[in-house]
Design a binder for this molecule. Structure first.
Ligand code: 5GP
Length: 188
């Protein structure tokens, strides 16, 4: 197989609680990626580290990133902002390294427009009831936040049509990971 000059840009999206973080965690063990650490204005959850899970920044700092066009995409989610830093992503692609983004749907749509060759996956739960159960398993998520995330999830699932290359149902985590892994190997 001929060597590719540029890395591939992979996007994994899906509603909060669908299991995309678990999928991403395992894929990072199996494959070589540059994983893009996003900037966000939300507060860290217990155990989350600055520079590892996110760059946790103040709203005015996020505003500066937007003004300076330093974000490849960004979106507001649940009254907080989240964005992908442009330079490290483009530099890695340029160097031939595959890049992985884990982002919500509005951001994924922006990537689809600005980088049409991105390979985009949408991880969905088997049902909304299942999603609710999974969100409840996160002990640190308050009831009103679960309700808001469920509402957003319904909208995201409805909006996802036509944006993604692959829609993967997470009925079984191992199977779901294997499917994404195989597809990543298959697409060139
Ligand atoms: P959480 O607060 O649960 O960490 O993330 C909320 C949502 O924001 C998730 O769907 C997550 O994938 C998404 N997200 C994380 N980083 C980014 C980003 O850089 N851009 C966009 N558009 N969404 C992001």
């Amino acid at each position: 197989m001929a060597a590719r000059d540029r890395g591939r840009l992979f996007v994994i999206s899906g509603p909060s609680g669908a299991g995309k973080s678990s999928v991403v965690r395992e894929l990072r063990q199996r494959r070589q990626f540059y994983f893009s650490v996003s900037a966000t204005t939300r507060d860290p959850r217990p155990g989350e580290e600055h520079g590892v899970h996110y760059w946790f920044i103040a709203p005015h700092e996020f505003e500066k990133l937007i003004e300076r066009r330093e974000l490849l995409e960004w979106a507001e989610y649940n009254d907080r902002r989240y964005g992908t830093l442009r330079t490290p992503v483009l530099e890695n692609l340029e160097l031939g390294t595959d890049v992985l983004l884990e982002i919500e749907v509005q951001g994924a749509r922006q990537i689809r427009e600005s980088y049409p060759e991105a390979i985009m996956f949408f991880v969905v739960p088997p049902s909304i009831e299942d999603l609710e159960a999974r969100l409840r398993l996160r002990a640190d998520t308050p009831e009103d936040e679960i309700a808001r995330r469920l509402l957003i999830a319904r909208r995201e699932i409805a909006e996802a049509k036509g944006v993604f290359d692959f829609v993967i149902t997470n009925d079984d985590l191992e199977r779901c990971i294997a499917e994404v892994d195989e597809l990543m190997s298959a697409v060139e």
